[in-house]
Structures are given as C-alpha cells and as structure tokens.
Design a protein around this ligand. Structure first.
Ligand code: NDP
Length: 359
C-alpha cells in the first residue's frame, strides 16, 4: 500500500506486476498485488492521517482478508498508518485477524518486519559478493532514501562492517564520509519527520545537495564515490548517466531496496559491466517474505523471536539468490540476475496458472 501524491493507475500496475513475480520468487505461498492512494501524508496531523486511513479502509475492507489479500506498507505507509487501518478493519468487521502486516509488536506484528526489506537487500548484496569471493566488509556504500528501507539497509551495513555514507529524501541528498549517523537519521525521519537538511545542524562536516542542484538527467547520490550502491527511495531514481558515474567510480555491487529504481539504460549498463546487480524483484523481496512470516505467526497464534525470524529471512534471501543465479546459468547468461529472477518468477506463476486451468 502506497500513499504518495505521485500514485496513479500506471504506477500501481507496474508495482502490482512486479509484486506477483517477486512473491513467486520467494518460494512462499503468496500471490501479489498493489494498492494505494495519491493522498499526500506530508505535513498532516496524526488526526488527519487517522481519518484518511479510516475512510480508505471503509471501502477497502470488502476486498481484503487473511486468505484473500493482505496489504503491507510501502512509501508513506508505515506502522502508524497500518495501525489506523487495522483499527478501522476491526471496527467494521468485528474480527481480530492477520489482515495487514507490518503491525505493531503490541498486537500481532512480527519482529524483523520493520527491518526486513533493508536487511534483506543487504543480505542479497552479501550473497552476490560472496559468490565472487568478495564481501561488504570495509566497503563504502551509497544509499538513497531515508525511509524504512534505507534506514534498515544502513543498520545492516554497519552490522556487516561496511560504512553507509549517503542518504536522501525528496528535497536533497546528504553525503557524510565518516558514515551516516543512524541514530540521528532515525530521530529526524522516524520521530520528528523533518527534512534531511537538519542533519547539518549536528554534523557540519557532512555535505548537503538540494534537489535543485542535482545533475541534469541524474541524482546527486550516485555521483559520490562508493564501492556499492543501494537505491532505496523510489522508481527511476538511478539514470543511465548515474550508472556510468557509479561504474567509473569503481562501484562493484548494486542491490535494489526500492522497486525499479534503475532505468532501463542503467540496468543495461550494470549487466554489460558484469558487476553484481540485484534487481529489486529479487533484492527487496525480504519485506514481503517477512510479511508472510508475520501471517504464519498470526495464523498459528505464535510469536517467534528476533533471531528466529532473522534466520528465516536470511535463508529466504539465500534461496532467492540461488534460484536467480541458477536460472541465469540454465538460460546461458551466468550472473545475469535480471534474467534469472524474471524467468524464475514467471515460470512459477505460469506453471501454477497452467495447473489450475483457465479460470
Ligand atoms: P518510506 O516512505 O519509508 O521512505 C521513502 C523514502 O524515499 C523517503 O526518504 C522519501 O523522502 C524518499 N522518496 C519517496 N519518493 C521520492 C521521490 N519521488 N523522490 C525522491 N525521494 C523520494 O518508503 P519505503 O522505505 O517503505 O519504500 C522505499 C522503496 O522501497 C519504494 O520503492 C518501495 O516500493 C520499496 N519497497 C518497500 C518495501 C517495504 O517493506 N517498505 C518492500 C519492498 C520494496 P521523504 O522523506 O522526503 O518523503
């Protein structure tokens, strides 16, 4: 579920299309879809957000259910919005059930769901590098975005001994060579919900590039020097020129936390350069996979530990990497994970459709 002023039918269609094949690729028993609204939550009070979420759910509740369709968060939809929507669903239906994921830990949420997409994109990068005898340890990493996916990608990078040096929001980009101050970033974006420019009030040695100063045909983030890149903001945020800049600066791995952040020219450049490139369909599937783990816990009324869920997430990301990689070998383009992920996801959906008949 996405709430952002740019949402339109075309965006929901591409996101839904991606989601179906991504979910197939996880190997879990989940279908796929996407939804949202062109509502802009920025600058609204909690009460306004609550009223919007309630009205939205008053229409949506007919179409969702624990075995029908189970929405999760995306841009503009986090724990707060999921909470308001869940409350309204419960009020209308009288049922307390796993109809949404990304719920609060107080009432049915799963540990690691909040972290899952970002952590998963980093695990995926680590598996890509490991297959080539390399690792993230010691690498300087460029990250775009400053939301749910970006923040937890940075957290996992620090765990693995890498240094995230950039982040961005819809107004500009920060570059901080010493490493992004994650506690400050969480405070700015998760608690105070303010512009990244405020980062400079604490760290005067960081660099801020407002969006008005971004290069033509590109994004300032990808013009900084980094060994690996994690686009974690939105679609089409990494152009062909950006890809060339990354390659020229020695970037060896790109793992997409966002959905379709790289334009086709950028994807072609990464494939041609034969660097480790994990398309969002594979690399960011950890979020939806952990939504399925949340559904499994809700259905069985169990609550797993952080370590249990994290181990399952890691195993799922490894399985997705292996599946995409093996399929790329089977189809004669070893290491082309775009081809591998597309074919593996499509094959599972197509086979299921054939087996279930024309309905
Ligand atoms: P959030 O709303 O938490 O964060 C989005 C971040 O990207 C914010 O920093 C936002 O800036 C920035 N951003 C959004 N739109 C634009 C834009 N048009 N131009 C520049 N910056 C922008 O969303 P998520 O972190 O959840 O999602 C990020 C990406 O990851 C999306 O592509 C989403 O589809 C994908 N994804 C998310 C999953 C999840 O579990 N949440 C799962 C799989 C994929 P600002 O702070 O100014 O709003």
């Amino acid at each position: 579920m996405r709430f952002h002023p740019s949402v339109n039918a075309s965006i929901i269609k591409f996101l839904g299309f991606e989601q179906i094949f991504k979910n197939a690729l996880t190997g879990l028993s989940i279908g796929g879809g996407k939804g949202g609204a062109n509502f802009d939550p920025k600058g609204r009070s909690d009460a306004e957000i609550m009223r919007f979420c309630q009205s939205f759910m008053t229409e949506l509740y007919r179409h969702i259910g624990p075995t029908t369709d189970v929405p999760a968060g995306d841009i503009g939809v986090g724990a707060r919005e999921i909470g308001y929507m869940f409350g309204q669903y419960k009020r209308i239906t009288g049922r307390y059930e796993g109809v949404l994921t990304g719920k609060s830990l107080l009432w049915g949420g799963s540990l690691v769901r909040k972290e899952a997409t970002g952590y998963g994109a980093v695990y995926f990068a680590e598996y890509m590098l490991e297959a080539r005898g390399d690792s993230l340890k010691g690498k300087k990493c460029l990250i775009s975005g400053a939301g749910n996916v970006a923040i937890y990608a940075m957290e996992k990078l620090y765990h693995l001994g890498a240094t995230p040096v950039s982040c961005s929001d819809s107004r500009g980009a920060i570059y901080h060579e010493k490493g992004i101050d994650l506690e400050l970033l969480k405070d700015l974006k998760e608690v105070r919900r303010v512009s990244l420019e405020k980062y400079l009030e604490v760290h005067t040695d960081a660099q801020y590039v407002p969006i008005s100063d971004y290069p033509e045909n590109g994004n300032a983030i990808w013009r900084f020097k980094g060994d690996a890149a994690f686009p974690c903001a939105t679609q089409n945020e990494l152009s062909g020129d950006d890809a060339q800049a990354l390659l020229a600066n020695g970037c060896v791995a790109v793992s997409e936390g966002a959905n379709m952040p790289s334009t086709q020219e950028a994807v072609d450049a990464f494939i041609e350069a034969k660097i480790c490139y994990g398309p969002g369909k594979a690399a960011n599937a950890g979020g939806v996979a952990t939504s399925q783990l949340e559904m499994a816990q809700n259905a069985s009324m169990q609550h797993w530990t952080f370590e249990e869920v994290d181990e399952k997430l890691k195993a799922i990301m490894k399985n997705i990497f292996d599946t995409a990689n093996e399929t790329s070998i089977e189809f004669g383009q070893p290491g082309n994970l775009v081809l591998g992920a597309n074919i593996a996801g499509f094959r599972r959906v197509a086979d299921a459709m054939i087996e279930q008949g024309a309905v």
